[in-house]
Design a protein around this ligand. Structure first.
Ligand code: FBP
Length: 340
């Protein structure tokens, strides 16, 4: 890949003003189509591998000098899209990339709703990386109306009441989306005692966070503990769409806690959307793999494949819905397999 010319800082910013969001959607479309070949086949590793390979392939065509800052893991454990991998065609601008080729690998393998492919792009240094070893964060996400009224340090009942007031709803009509996990037993009890409704999801809290900010999903608030990388990806999306996420590091055990403290982490710190995704030059794309409230999944007909995506950009706040029809005979072989 050509990498001879280094960008000047001003040039870099100018280049970012171009709407890279539209290029990013090709990347998530490709990953979603590749993943969709594995829907319901019970093999989440194969689904993930297909999505990763397709995403990397399409990222290689984007005009950028990108570095993966949120990806498939450290270099020694992930052959592709590992943290620190350079992606893009090596031209302007210099950017950081967050990728989640499949959020919901199990959903994909089991043919269940709400699996998506996502990527996000930001100026270099703009995206947060959790301390080494920290896998989870406690999360609270809301849509635009409730951005200024919630506080993750407060009990769920107070946040639910605040969301209800901000949205002009009764508490009993507020719907909280929560990952269905044993660790959320106490949270679920508190939400029920507060009088709100719960929408459980088995996986996919990036889509869950986004649903709080999309009208028509019926979801008002996301609470609970999920992946730290998914928190940053969700922050990118919410920054574009107008909602907010608040998070705290959530070590699984004393060893993780001590490791984070040794790395200088403050376990009480509340990370707001702007801490996770800094600046106002964020681009985000999501394409459905299976059907969901956010986006529909990949659909097949005799000669074509249809994908459904949302692409957005923080600077303009524009959210584009892109439904694309891809001709099977024109698709590259690895996206058709195992159709062939
Ligand atoms: P994967 O697709 O990488 O498996 O992630 C799915 C997911 O549900 C995320 O959306 C969520 O943040 C995380 O897993 C929760 O982790 P866990 O399954 O360990 O509770």
């Amino acid at each position: 890949m050509p990498r001879e010319r280094r960008p000047e800082p001003d040039e870099d910013l100018d280049a970012l003003d171009r709407n890279l969001a539209l290029e990013l959607v090709r990347v998530t479309e490709g990953a979603a189509m590749a993943a969709s070949r594995w829907v319901g086949r019970g093999d989440k590793n194969a689904a993930d591998a297909a999505a990763v390979a397709a995403m990397r392939h399409f990222l290689g065509h984007v005009d950028m000098d990108g570095t993966v800052v949120i990806g498939e893991g450290e270099k020694d454990e992930a052959p592709m899209l590992y943290i620190g991998e350079r992606v893009g065609n090596g031209t302007l601008p210099e950017v950081d990339i967050a990728v989640d080729p499949i959020d919901g690998t199990r959903l994909t393998a089991m043919g269940m709703n709400n699996a998506v492919s996502v990527d996000a792009l930001a100026e270099r240094g703009a995206l947060y990386s959790a301390p080494p070893g920290i896998v989870y964060m406690d999360k609270l996400a809301v849509g635009p109306e409730a951005v200024d009224v919630v506080d993750i340090r407060k009990p769920p009942a107070e946040n639910i009441a605040a969301v209800a007031r901000a949205k002009g709803m009764n508490v009993s009509d507020v719907t909280v989306i929560i990952l269905d996990r044993p660790r959320h037993e106490g949270l679920v009890k508190e939400v029920r005692e507060a009088g709100a409704r719960i929408r459980f999801i088995t996986d996919g809290d990036v889509a869950g966070a986004l649903m709080t900010a999309r009208s028509g999903t019926g979801v008002d608030l996301l609470l609970g503990t999920g992946g730290a990388t998914e928190a940053v990806v969700a922050a990118c999306a919410l920054k574009c769409i107008g909602g907010a996420i608040q998070c705290r590091l959530s070590p699984r055990n004393e060893e993780e806690r001590q490791g984070a403290l040794a790395a200088g982490a403050d376990m009480e710190q509340v990370f707001h959307t702007d801490d996770l995704a800094r600046g106002n030059n964020i681009f985000f794309s999501v394409t459905g793999i299976t059907d969901g409230e956010l986006v529909k999944g990949v659909k097949y007909s005799r000669n074509s494949i249809t994908t459904h995506s949302l692409v957005m950009r923080s600077r303009s706040g524009t959210v584009r819905t892109i439904d694309a029809t891809h001709r099977i005979d024109k698709l590259q072989r690895h996206l058709r397999a195992p159709i062939d």
